[in-house]
Structure formats: structure tokens, C-alpha cells
Design a protein around this ligand. Structure first.
Ligand code: HSE
Length: 376
């Protein structure tokens, strides 16, 4: 199969590197402004679109535009598309799938969640037999690196963030990673495959950037490790989801996910808990997932045909959970426990709904952490 790669950055060059080792994939063109990067580079997308030999386009540009237009144009011109671009998929998945179907081509996106970990394929495979009760996990490598670095080396947030940037994990503008937009997109995409519905960015998303070294050390003393978690579950045609810090007991698997690794857990009736663990980012792991999609697009293999037509509404009153809120002032409310550590007050809530939680914290800059109901 002859393919084109849009963008020759980290992931695009990784796809090229792996494709070179395979007989059945030939990279014919690379869309790249800097023509000196590779001898098959072109800066004209039309050249790729008009090339009848190119059957599939790999989109590795990132961002919403022109990624959206390029993906649509490829599909409309009967070329399959493989993308790792979470932002554009979380926004336009319905359009991409519809256009792919109308043109009898494939739109695949395994690498957009969990990088090299085949967690979307895993979700599809579990879901072809039964409903998925819940999924949750560490979906972002950069934020996990920061939390792990703070925990193990007792660093301040800024120090760990700088190390993550130095190692090339975090972007120069790290807000997608630490404010939760990246995890939100990954929850939306995973939800589509787990529950056959396309939800919007309308569920609570708490930044992780206000956690301090003092918080981490306090939680450590209590036997907890903080991890940045995305999760979703449904009840009938309603759903609950969140992106926020969770506390795990130190012997939980999540608590022991180090560095920039990811772990995604899927719960269902017959399987109980299944955990997908591995490298959620990086050149070759992400490129590996893209190559898998290219091979599956060739044979049109699908563990469970994707349909996202079910309608769900977000509800903040579906389930109750326990949370810890850290502030410098005493909050009004009926708490289970109040702990003082230095200048910090840690309020342990009873089981409350998301509605109650949002009322308690309002728009304030408190640290909000969920006590995860993990099975250990
Ligand atoms: N910035 C993302 C992360 C890349 O750190 O996980 C992979 O989606």
C-alpha cells in the first residue's frame, strides 16, 4: 500500500522509520514545509490528493486546523486516514466517520489514546461482547511524569515541570497536559468506543497544576499517591465523567505507574477489571500504533464496528464519591474529617455528587482530589 505522511516531526518520522522495515507499506510522499528534511517531501497537499496511487494518508500535524480540512479532503477523495491527533478527533469524530463511510474508506485513530498501548482496540474487543461499566486511567504521560517526579524526588511542581520539558515530554506551553484538555479529549474518544456515543467537553475538568510538594508529602504520610485521572461511566442515557487528581493507596497499580507511562482500566461484567499499561507517548510507540492502524485499514479488520449514534446527556448527580479539598480557610459543610498540616486544611467529604462538589469549591483555586474506589 502506498501512503503519504502529513508532517515529519517526531511521530511522522517514527511512522516513516517503521514503515521502511515493512514490505507492504511504502511511504510515497511526506507533506512538509521544510523540503530538505526528506527527499520525498512536498509542500503541496494537492500533489498528495491528486496522486491516485496513494491510498492512505497519515495525519501527524496536530492541532485543529488545517488538520480538520486535510483529513476531510483525503476522505472525500477516497483515501483512508489514520490520525493520532486527539484534539481534532475529539471535536470532529462524527464528521470523519460519516465521511469515511460515505466514501467507503477507513478512518482510524488508535494512536490518539494511550500512544502505543492498544487500549482503544481493547475497549472495542471487550465491548463487542458486553457493555462496559466504566473506564478510568492515567491518560497523560507528561502529568504523570510531573507527579511521579514530585513524589519520588520531593520536588516542587515547577521543578518537575521543567525536568519534563527538558526531557521533551512537556510542550513549551504545557497547558494541554497539566490543565486537562489532553485527557478530556482522550476521555471523549474512549467514550465513543466504549459507549457508542459522541459526548462533548461538558464534564468537570480540574487542573493538576495547583498540587504542591506539601500536598504530595501530606498524602504520602496518609499512604496515598496522587495521579491525574480521566474517567467515564454511564447509567441509561446519562453519563458522568471527570478529569481530576485521584488518590490511590500506595499498593494500587496506578500508584506505581512511574515516569511518563500510562495505564487505562476498563471494567465490565465478565472481565472484571482489565488494565492496559505502557508508553502513552513518544516517537516509536505512537508510530507503532499508527502502523497497526494502517495494516488494519488495508484489511478493514474491526473488533467492533464503530457507531456513535447513541445520545447521552451529562449528569452531575448520577453517582456519589468521596473527595479531599485543600484550602487555607475552613470551608462550610458537613465533612467526614478535617486535617491541618502546616497552613493547609484538608477537608474529607462524605459521599457527595459532582453537583455538591462543584458547589463546595465554586470557582476557587482549591486543590480538589477524588478518593479513588480502586480494587486492591
Ligand atoms: N502530551 C501527551 C502526553 C502526548 O504527555 O501524554 C501523548 O498523547
Amino acid at each position: 500500500m502506498k501512503i503519504a505522511i502529513l508532517g515529519f516531526g517526531t511521530v511522522g518520522s517514527g511512522v516513516y522509520e517503521i514503515a521502511k522495515t515493512l514490505k507492504n507499506i511504502e511511504v510515497k510522499k511526506v507533506l512538509e514545509k521544510d523540503l530538505s528534511k526528506i527527499n520525498i517531501a512536498t509542500d503541496s497537499y494537492d500533489e498528495i490528493i491528486n496522486d491516485k496511487e496513494i491510498e492512505l494518508v497519515v495525519e501527524c500535524m496536530g492541532g485543529l486546523h488545517p488538520a480538520y480540512e486535510f483529513i476531510m479532503k483525503a476522505l472525500q477523495n477516497k483515501k483512508s486516514v489514520v490520525s493520532a491527533n486527539k484534539a481534532v478527533i475529539a471535536k470532529y469524530l462524527d464528521e470523519f466517520l460519516k465521511t469515511a463511510k460515505e466514501n467507503n474508506v477507513e478512518f482510524r485513530f488508535e494512536a490518539s489514546v494511550g500512544g502505543g498501548i492498544p487500549c482503544l482496540a481493547g475497549i472495542q474487543k471487550i465491548h463487542r461482547i458486553e457493555n462496559i461499566d466504566k473506564f478510568y486511567g492515567i491518560f497523560n504521560g507528561t502529568s504523570n511524569f510531573i507527579l511521579d517526579n514530585m513524589y519520588r524526588f520531593e520536588n516542587e511542581f515547577v521543578t518537575s515541570l521543567k525536568t519534563a520539558q527538558k526531557l521533551g515530554y512537556a510542550e513549551a506551553d504545557p497547558s494541554a497536559d497539566i490543565d486537562g484538555y489532553d485527557v478530556t479529549n482522550k476521555v471523549i474518544i474512549s467514550f465513543a468506543l466504549a459507549y457508542d456515543g459522541f459526548i462533548k467537553n461538558e464534564f468537570p475538568c480540574f487542573t493538576m497544576k495547583n498540587i504542591t510538594k506539601e500536598d504530595i508529602l501530606y498524602f504520602k504520610k496518609q499512604g496515598f499517591v496522587a495521579k491525574y485521572i480521566g474517567e467515564a461511566t454511564t447509567k441509561g442515557n446519562k453519563y458522568e465523567a471527570s478529569v481530576m487528581l485521584n488518590l490511590f493507596p500506595i499498593n494500587a497499580l496506578e500508584a506505581n505507574v512511574l515516569s511518563n507511562y500510562n495505564i487505562v482500566t476498563v471494567q465490565s461484567h465478565t472481565m472484571g477489571e482489565v488494565k492496559f499499561y505502557g508508553q502513552g507517548a513518544g516517537k516509536l510507540p505512537t508510530a507503532n500504533a499508527i502502523i497497526q492502524d494502517i495494516l488494519d485499514a488495508q484489511t478493514k479488520i474491526s473488533f467492533n464496528p464503530i457507531s456513535i449514534g447513541k445520545k447521552y446527556t451529562y449528569s452531575s448527580n448520577l453517582f456519589k464519591h468521596k473527595y479531599v479539598i485543600r484550602s487555607n480557610e475552613e470551608l462550610k459543610g458537613n465533612f467526614e474529617k478535617l486535617d491541618k498540616d502546616g497552613n493547609n486544611l484538608y477537608h474529607y467529604t462524605k459521599e457527595i455528587t459532582q453537583t455538591d462538589l462543584l458547589k463546595l469549591v465554586e470557582e476557587k483555586d482549591y486543590l480538589v482530589v477524588k478518593l479513588n474506589e480502586v480494587l486492591v
